[in-house]
Design a protein around this ligand. Structure first.
Ligand SMILES: [Zn+2]
Length: 486
């Protein structure tokens, strides 16, 4: 069973963490200056710098990643990026030790590291950050980030002036209280990022708290009300739930900024959340594979961080899609991280590049994302009304506590669920189902669900969504009836 995450972000002080924090601060400040210089330079100069970063990444990958050297064997080093074959998480994870460019990183050691929840945010091999992801493909991913990549991610986050607390003197100091509401109990990107910052910067740790989405909604609201955060960073489905609680007067928060990430945020939902809390929502589009792909501007449009990310929206046959047209999937190249190169990586999101320039004046391309589209599930509550359970919370307990990766849970009635599990071995499939049944029963009871929910094992394998081609792992009875995001 997942251990509840401590509400306080306090971690034992370690002078080495402080030393690393100082080094990262210096690197991050230099990258931030470079970023501002990029913004002020011409489009041609920016493209030149980006191309140089791309050439450096590809040369490093060819020289040090045995897997990518094999994968690109038939393509000339002088060929454009688009000549390289795309890569998927399944292929890359199957050859992890050959994929990474530091031979000191071994999958078995990384697996042992991420199996220990007490090591969240700790530096792996004294220098790398490691996080894990399940995503929609059903193949678990493990991502290692080098020191330069971490400084670049920090700079990109700091450059989001609307959210960065340090950019507004009113937003930092004794009255700053940051809240991250996220999937906890594992080495997930958001929590790793916050925990490592708290380890390195003790002053920040005193002003930041992590809250678990695995907590029942009323308990989560109670903890948030006690902390009274000035900034909240979480998934749009959680923001929508908190806004609903605030409108029902069961919550009285007064945040100054909200940061939405991890899933797509539709404009109607963003508007409702902003109206409810009376503050702006800054949207961040990223993935475990590439942390800061885009972030929103004052005109509520996502701008691509094109200095550090190459994004290629493509159709089913991997041919480029024109601006204004939604893609089937998107290939991402992360120019920041050299230790585990992400090059033309199939992210699975449908992305539409804006055909018109944004009226905010920022020349970087805009995009719209149709990301994960799992549903919030509703059950009868012990004390009348109903309990709403976040899809990501269910996915987290099924993955972490019952070891499922490729599954599909469908709610067929208020007290009935059907589970599809992809597993060739029938005996193992039954055992996985038994584990899932126990884990779900415990989890739903903790959420305040009134009576036992029947779980059936479905003979079918998980089905991809016909429209998006993605695996929706948690589905409500009627699509869209339960206030799902995206
Ligand atoms: Zn804009």
């Amino acid at each position: 069973m997942t251990e509840p995450f401590p509400p306080s972000s306090f971690v034992a002080p370690d002078p080495f963490d402080w030393w690393r924090g100082g080094c990262e601060w210096v690197r991050c400040s230099a990258r931030l200056q470079e970023l501002w210089a990029d913004r002020l330079s011409s489009a041609q100069a920016r493209r030149g710098k980006r191309d140089a970063r791309l050439a450096s990444l590809l040369a490093h990958a060819r020289a040090h990643s045995r897997l990518l050297a094999r994968h690109w064997r038939g393509v000339s080093p002088d060929a454009p990026l688009q000549a390289l074959p795309p890569s998927t998480r399944g292929e890359l994870m199957a050859h992890f030790d050959d994929w990474v460019t530091d031979p000191g990183i071994r999958l078995d050691e990384v697996r042992r590291f991420v199996a220990d929840p007490a090591r969240v945010g700790e530096a792996f091999l004294g220098r790398y950050a490691v996080w894990t992801s399940s995503g929609t493909t059903g193949v678990p991913g493990i991502y290692v980030q080098d020191e330069d990549a971490l400084a670049i991610y920090g700079a990109l986050l700091s450059a989001q002036a609307d959210f960065a607390p340090a950019s507004d003197p009113r937003n930092f100091g004794s009255t700053t209280r940051l809240a991250l509401v996220a999937a906890t109990g594992g080495h997930f990107a958001g929590v790793v990022w916050w925990q490592r910052l708290c380890r390195m910067y003790p002053l920040l740790a005193a002003q930041a708290r992590v809250f678990s989405i695995l907590e029942p909604l009323d308990a989560l609201c109670e903890s948030l009300a006690a902390w009274n955060p000035t900034s909240i960073a979480t998934y749009p489905t959680v923001l929508a739930q908190l806004a609903a609680e605030q409108r029902a007067h069961r919550l009285q928060l007064a945040p100054r900024t909200l940061l939405s990430g991890g899933e797509a945020l539709c404009s109607a939902e963003r508007h409702a959340i902003e109206q409810t809390f009376g503050c702006p929502v800054v949207e961040d589009y990223g993935a475990s594979e590439c942390m800061n792909i885009a972030h929103s501007c004052g005109s509520h449009r996502l701008h691509l961080n094109d200095a550090w990310v190459v994004l290629e929206p493509v159709d089913e046959r991997m041919n480029p899609v024109s601006p204004g047209e939604p893609s089937f999937t998107v290939l991402v190249t992360n120019l920041a991280n050299q230790v585990q190169p992400i090059v033309r990586y199939d992210l699975g999101d449908s992305v539409t590049i804006g055909a018109e320039p944004c009226d905010c004046g920022d020349e970087r391309p805009t995009l719209q994302v149709s990301g994960r589209a799992d549903d919030v599930l509703e059950f009868d509550a012990r004390h009348g009304e109903f309990v709403r359970v976040l899809p990501l919370a269910i996915e987290t307990v099924l993955e972490e506590d019952s070891g499922l990766s490729r599954f599909q849970l469908t709610q067929t009635a208020r007290d009935e669920l059907r589970l599809r599990i992809e597993c060739a071995d029938l005996h193992e499939r039954r055992s996985a189902f038994d584990r899932a049944e126990q884990v779900l029963a415990r989890f739903l009871a903790k959420q305040g669900v009134a009576k036992p929910v029947r779980l059936h094992l479905d003979d079918e394998v998980p089905q991809l969504d016909r429209a998006s081609g993605k695996l929706r792992r948690v589905r409500a009875r009627t699509r869209g009836s339960s206030g799902s995001a995206a």
